[in-house]
Design a protein around this ligand. Structure first.
Ligand SMILES: Nc1ncnc2c1ncn2[C@@H]1O[C@H](COP(=O)(O)OP(=O)(O)O)[C@@H](O)[C@H]1O
Ligand SMILES: [Mg+2]
Length: 220
């Protein structure tokens, strides 16, 4: 796995004004490294993750994942590359509400046309303590259970890179702690390279490295 970000600039247009959010941002991440990204609200953390996920484009510079320059991909190629390479955990779980936990977990594999058997999905549910929830829909599950399911879904394709945007931000502190302890256990077990955006300095301490996003750049 390799992630290499060089001189990335990102701006938004607001009427006649140009708002530059990221200014010559650089980052290099090693395989298996778990990097915390902290920073004030509005500093551009979510914008940054959306660029790495290829969900939004940058003005200049380059993001290279596994030797693939993201700017060199068409939208369709990017969609496939993202599905193969990147897992995402959001603050708002973004589960599919009309699908069961089992179906939510199987979906990324179906999208990639990967073979799987039911036993595999059930085992992955078991790994996040949700074996008994297989037939439940997200609306029938607690916030903590939903986020554990979202974590399992993000990792089920064995992504090279996991992006997490304040994954405990929508949970009470006790539930958040439990979910994040599972998060770290799963990420370490699977040796998944991870960028974790968080407000929680205790969580940031559990990472290999902590970077602060300020004035458009990542600083130590
Ligand atoms: N689609 C957009 N259009 C215009 N401005 C945006 C857009 N998305 C984010 N911004 C602005 O970019 C800045 C950074 O936002 P964001 O990345 O969400 O910050 P953070 O996640 O660190 O709180 C904010 O000032 C926000 O208003
Ligand atoms: Mg944000």
């Amino acid at each position: 796995m390799s992630l290499d970000i060089t001189n990335v600039v990102k701006s938004y247009r607001q009427g006649s004004e140009k708002l530059t959010i990221l200014k010559d941002l650089n980052l290099k991440v090693e395989t298996g490294e778990v990097v915390a990204i902290v920073g004030a609200s509005g500093s551009g953390k979510s914008t940054f993750l959306s660029l790495v996920a290829g969900l939004d484009s940058y003005d200049s510079g380059e993001i290279t994942i596994n030797n693939q320059r993201l700017s060199g991909l068409t939208k369709k190629q990017m969609t496939h590359f993202r599905a193969e390479t990147i897992g995402f955990v959001f603050q708002q779980f973004h589960l599919i509400s009309h699908l069961t936990a089992f179906e939510n977990l199987a979906l990324p594999l179906q999208i990639l046309d990967r073979q799987y058997d039911d036993q595999f999905i059930l085992q992955e549910l078991e790994n996040v303590g949700l074996r008994s929830r297989a037939e439940h829909k997200p609306t029938e599950m607690s916030g903590g259970e939903c986020q554990r399911l979202a974590l399992a879904r993000a990792l089920i394709t064995k992504p090279s890179l996991l992006l997490a945007d304040e994954p405990s931000g929508n949970l009470d502190s006790e539930t958040g702690q439990k979910v994040m302890s599972l998060f770290f256990a799963q990420v370490r077990k699977t040796k998944t390279t991870t960028l974790l955006v968080t407000h929680d300095l205790e969580l940031a301490k559990m990472c290999d490295r902590k970077l602060i996003l300020k004035q458009g750049q990542l600083c130590d």
